[in-house]
Ligand binder design. Structure first.
Ligand SMILES: [Zn+2]
Length: 492
């Protein structure tokens, strides 16, 4: 069964000028098969399906059930949203919000537990947008009476890094697998509405096996997985023996540092407002990073390292430099690139999985809290592309919005969340490549060749041409999104 989509403007890295696309089954046709149907594209632009190279799919799906505070422009609007959500909760039920960012508030002052004093018997948890810090109320602190919380966390209700990850999360109620699957189905469709046809997700084995695996074949989304389980000794044998072919597990991730917003990204020079360099965390703190990398490579898997500060990125480069190229070892975020020229050069031959929206959100903090030269090294997309670095764009959703057009706008304008333009822009075709073919090739998805004959027929028909959008005002949106020759959005 083949059909032709005609009267379109096809944007494809391999052949930008085509005006028709032949779909043969689930693949792009080569023109030799019999065409059963002709669909008129009405002159619309068609691009390959968008790829998000770094998401937390299960977490993001679950968070969509909580209170979204990401659009709140002040502490008061955050509180109003929480209070409104609290009115429909049962007595004593947990109230969970996420996405606050004090950088977007007039006073830029982070909240503490006093902020959440008026929620009665509801345990309240509000995650910062970067998920590396949460503020909780006294009810939650009582729940954590026996946990190994730091004194600062107990005093302020602000739980950073290990306090949040190792004490808070295990104490929070978990959705059932069925509820998580329902949330995941909704999320996959919602991603499709934004033109996303494939993601690489970061997951723990438990979530992968209980939430994703049972419904992976029916989800309207291509998925590869990087595992977050990282306690040594690593157990990786199960990956080879998985009962299911989908989704494919491609590698493992380790964390070397935290985030700029929480001042936990590890920097060569200290933060001007704290006098400290940020943190080494986990494997890097314990000097187990080389051992972890060797174990991942021995299993034939891709090592990926979360590194945001320039000291952490430098360490990631050193750890990954001897990994065979075909494994596509990646640095996740690489937000402040090293000042050292030799290390920078080494880095440009590695896969960089980067988030332009992180840059847009962190730039005001970098300007205030780091040495002036750091801004030039804050995810310098223009320079990285000029130097031939392979770049995959992603959002880190739910750490930032999953909306790919925010990524696109941040990249092509160089504009930050406060409206200032601090970075050299890149061209829209470059951004589109980093959001489609380059991203796919880097994270083991089958659409790296774009819409060439015999490639998977994953594409988006747009209501306006994204390649000629200037990044201001309303973005183009998908008219329809297709995976393997089947329209997945709007649902038919
Ligand atoms: Zn992430």
């Amino acid at each position: 069964m083949a059909f032709v989509l005609q009267d379109i403007r096809l944007w494809d890295p391999s052949d930008p000028g085509k005006t028709a696309l032949i779909i043969d089954g689930d693949r792009v046709g080569d023109g030799t098969s019999m065409v059963n149907e002709i669909i008129d594209g009405g002159g619309c632009t068609v691009t390959p399906g968008l790829v998000d190279a770094h998401v937390h799919l299960v977490m993001g799906a679950q968070y969509r059930r909580g209170v979204d505070l990401s659009g709140c422009a002040s502490r008061q609007t955050c509180l109003a949203a929480l209070h409104e959500a609290a009115t429909s909760l049962d007595a004593g039920a947990w109230l969970i919000g996420h996405g606050w960012n004090e950088q977007t508030w007039p006073d830029a002052t982070p909240p503490d537990r006093t902020w959440l004093a008026e929620f009665g018997d509801h345990p309240v948890v509000c995650w910062r947008c970067d998920l590396h810090a949460a503020v909780v109320n006294d009810v939650v602190l009582e729940h954590l009476a026996d946990a190994a919380l730091s004194d600062a966390a107990r005093r302020t209700g602000v739980l950073v890094e290990a306090d949040a990850w190792e004490c808070l999360i295990p104490a929070m109620p978990q959705l059932t697998a069925e509820d998580s699957q329902a949330a995941l189905r909704d999320a996959a469709q919602w991603l499709g509405s934004m033109g996303i046809t494939a993601v690489r997700t970061m997951e723990y084995r438990d979530e992968l096996e209980h939430v994703i695996d049972p419904i992976a074949v029916e989800l309207p989304l291509r998925i590869t997985v990087t595992m977050l389980d990282r306690t040594l000794p690593l157990d990786l044998a199960w990956i080879k023996n998985r009962a299911t072919a989908l989704p494919r597990v491609i590698g493992c991730k380790a964390f070397f540092d935290g985030t700029i917003g929480s001042r936990t990204a590890r920097m060569v020079s200290p933060y001007l407002d704290r006098g400290k360099h940020g943190l080494w965390v986990e494997l890097a703190l314990r000097d187990e990073d080389e051992q972890w990398c060797a174990a991942v490579v021995d299993a034939g898997l891709t090592p990926s390292i979360h590194a945001i500060g320039d000291a952490a990125v430098a360490r990631a480069i050193r750890v990954l430099q001897d990994v065979p190229r075909e494994l596509h070892a990646s640095i996740e975020h690489a937000e402040v690139v090293p000042g050292d020229a030799a290390l920078y050069d080494l880095m440009t031959s590695m896969c960089l999985s980067v988030q332009p929206v992180h840059r847009a959100e962190d730039a005001p903090t970098v300007e205030r809290c780091l040495e002036p030269a750091a801004m030039k090294r804050l995810l310098p997309l223009r320079r990285l592309l000029d130097d031939g670095a392979p770049l995959a764009f992603g959002t880190d959703w739910p750490v930032t919005s999953a909306d790919p057009m925010r990524t696109f706008a941040a990249a092509i304008t160089g504009r930050d969340v406060d409206g200032h333009v601090r970075h050299a822009p890149i061209r829209s075709d470059e951004a589109m490549r980093c959001m489609t073919t380059e991203a796919a090739a880097m994270v083991g998805l089958p659409t790296g060749a774009g819409l060439t004959p015999d490639a998977p027929a994953d594409f988006v028909i747009w209501d306006a041409d994204p390649l000629s959008w200037d990044g201001h005002g309303d973005p183009p949106r998908p008219r329809s999104t297709w995976i393997g020759g089947v329209q997945v959005w709007p649902p038919t």
